[in-house]
Design a protein around this ligand. Sequence first.
Ligand code: ZN
Length: 65
Amino acid sequence: MINFSETNLYSDQPVTCPNCGLRSEIILDLSHTINQLQVHRCPGAECRGEFVMQCDENLDLAISV
Ligand SMILES: [Zn+2]
């Protein structure tokens, strides 16, 4: 289950897993939608964390939620 309340912000930097720091892979790219979200999954065999990234440009929106 993806926890959307723990949305992270992404910018030009490569996205890494907040748990173990491994470079994550995009499993769902909604960056072209109004929400500008990307769902990432950690490739770590013992982690497999899934997390949501939100584009930096939406910082104001993220704060107002
Ligand atoms: Zn991880």
